[in-house]
Design a protein around this ligand. Structure first.
Ligand SMILES: C[S@@+](CC[C@H](N)C(=O)[O-])C[C@H]1O[C@@H](n2cnc3c(N)ncnc32)[C@H](O)[C@@H]1O
Length: 259
């Protein structure tokens, strides 16, 4: 393109967007933008974009703890290999059925936290979602300790776990994260629409209660806590990159590496 055309291109902005163009606030979880109803993505997809996509390629050797049916494992499949640990059998989880029997996935039903099936200095990525919140702090510590030697230097690791304080802060501020409240019209003359949004919100949202019920019962949540988990991982020798990547408003996901 000739140089004067390029200068014209820049000059064409003169007088436009006085006061500075403002698309919206990227720091507000449900901030409005000119994308309207298309301006939102699922927190699971945001987690995939932040914690999985940048790290998964044909050189990745991934370890997943607590895969269940394999919803997250599916996102790990472009890896060279995916090794999965779960407390339940693969058949019971219908794991290979859901994933259509991929050749690069190995599944191990665990009976303890020893990780004896895993080779040393082997994995360069680890992911866990929705599992460690059901595992005691002692169990998490055992996993972190026994997996340390299995990870290669520089391996990126992402663990979702439970934090009672984050959970209860979320419950106290649910309207900040509720899509119906986010999209609800703010202007007074739109009050009838606001009413409809509130009704939908009540009908469609799961209700979360503030709780102290992080007990030892089957299937219950264990309050590992973000600070305590960071301290435990650092003591073992991992380096914390981000105590909470922030993609899930209710629960933390920690990003750490094996140095
Ligand atoms: C709520 S599911 C989450 C499944 C999957 N990660 C997801 O988000 O769709 C929890 C899974 O963790 C498994 N699990 C529980 N304790 C475990 C442990 N100590 N080690 C490995 N897996 C475990 C359960 O069998 C179950 O499949």
């Amino acid at each position: 393109m000739p140089e004067n055309k390029l200068s014209e291109e820049i000059a064409s902005f003169e007088g436009l967007w006085e006061g500075g163009y403002y698309e919206g606030d990227p720091l507000t979880p449900l901030g409005k933008s000119t994308y309207g109803g298309f301006g939102y993505i699922s927190i699971l997809h945001a987690t995939y974009l932040r914690c999985i996509k940048p790290y998964i390629n044909p050189q990745t050797v991934a370890l997943e703890i607590g895969a269940g049916r394999g919803a997250w494992t599916k996102a790990l499949l472009p890896s060279k290999e995916v090794w999965v640990l779960d407390a339940l059998p693969a058949e019971y989880n219908r794991f290979f059925e859901y994933l259509n029997h991929p050749k690069n996935v190995k599944y191990f039903q665990v009976k303890d936290f020893e990780c004896t099936d895993l080779p040393e200095n082997y994995f360069n990525y680890m992911f866990s979602f929705g599992c460690l919140c059901h595992v005691s702090f002692e169990g998490m510590t055992e996993y972190a300790t026994n997996i340390f030697e299995k990870m290669q230097s520089g391996a990126n690791c992402f663990w979702m776990f439970a934090d009672k304080k984050k959970y209860n802060d979320f419950v106290e501020n649910v309207e900040r994260f509720n899509i119906w409240d986010g999209l609800s019209p703010k202007r007074k003359n739109l009050a009838p629409f606001k009413f409809v949004f509130k009704k939908f919100s009540k009908m469609l949202q799961p209700s979360f209660m503030k709780t102290d019920d992080f007990g030892d019962n089957q299937g219950h949540w264990y309050d590992a806590g973000t600070e305590r988990t960071c301290e435990m991982l650092e003591k073992i020798g991992y380096k914390i990159i981000d105590p909470d990547v922030g993609t899930i408003p209710r629960d933390p996901i920690i990003h750490f590496v094996k140095p």
